[in-house]
Design a binder for this molecule. Structure first.
Ligand code: COA
Length: 252
């Protein structure tokens, strides 16, 4: 059976229509998993740029989403094969993909910023589309909001003028993130389009992005190191497995 090629934009409906520190310190409720950071307004959450070497982890993240979430994310209930194809087709040169890692180095949340607009005379893109997903166990910790803020910073530093989100109208969480950021939301029946006008870049916005990038890289290295040390102490007999895994994640 042939699998239709999923469009490589954050949201399939749009395409059809348009042809560290260690973990942040926080008061964590008792029902919240300790290996996942929390993004309360006073917290910093490490957001890392993902590249071709992360395809496997990105696919694992998306395949872990339930059918209803896949529907919200892609605009259709993408099968595992369609997700794999989408991940294979991601163009990391053209677009940006960001992720939040758990202490176990899983991608707990990720966003895809696709540059879909016409190029500006200054070389930037006029419009980019944002798509995001957070694993159910990581939700309502502010990750969706933080990934959106990160995308805003990244996009404006590249001359993007408008951030675009296509969502189902039932997607309260996504539309809330957009509205809270000041986006204009236009509802057309079961689908909604949100547009956020971005301010031009400044020295501060570039410094802010640079600092975030450096801190997220440091955080990731610390997590890799902590995981390696943990493995060595907890199960010394698994030394070769630990070394293999460490080499793999260190290459990331
Ligand atoms: C949409 C999604 C990314 C939100 O991620 P999240 O990390 O849980 O969102 P946040 O914790 O940052 O919450 C953002 C806002 O939405 C609200 N919110 C979150 N989940 C909500 C829900 N189920 N119902 C109502 N509001 C919700 C939060 O209270 C917060 O509002 P506030 O800042 O005014 O308090 C996540 O639910 C998801 O992955 N859904 C499936 C895929 C999807 O819908 N992607 C978006 C389409 S591209």
């Amino acid at each position: 059976m042939s699998i239709p090629d999923p469009p490589v934009t954050p949201n399939a409906l749009t395409s059809a229509a348009s042809a560290s520190s260690p973990e942040p310190i926080a008061v964590v409720p008792s029902n919240v998993r300790a290996d996942i950071p929390v993004a309360a307004s006073w917290n910093w959450v490490p957001i890392r740029s993902l590249g071709p070497r992360h395809r496997e982890r990105i696919a694992a993240h998306l395949i872990a989403l339930e059918v209803s979430d896949r529907y919200l994310r892609f605009g259709y209930p993408a099968s595992d094969a369609q997700i794999s194809k989408y991940v294979d087709m991601l163009d990391f040169e053209q677009d940006e993909v960001f992720g939040i890692f758990s202490r176990r180095l899983e991608v707990i949340a990720m966003a895809h910023l696709a540059h879909i607009g016409i190029a500006n005379p200054d070389g930037g893109q006029s419009m980019s589309e944002f798509g995001v997903s957070v694993l159910p166990r990581g939700r309502r910790r502010g990750f969706g909001r933080r990934l959106f803020e990160h995308a805003v910073l990244h996009a404006r530093n590249r001359g993007v003028e408008t951030l675009f989100i296509h969502a189902l109208s039932e997607n309260t969480a996504m539309l809330k993130i957009a509205r809270n950021a000041g986006a204009t939301v236009v509802r057309e029946g079961s689908e909604s389009d949100a547009r956020l006008k971005l301010p031009p870049d400044t020295l501060a916005s570039h410094v802010g992005e640079f600092m975030e990038h450096q801190a997220a890289e440091l955080d990731y290295r610390l997590k890799v190191h902590a995981r390696m040390v943990n493995r060595l102490f907890v199960a010394p007999k698994d030394l070769s497995i630990a070394q293999g895994e460490t080499t793999r994640v260190a290459n990331d």
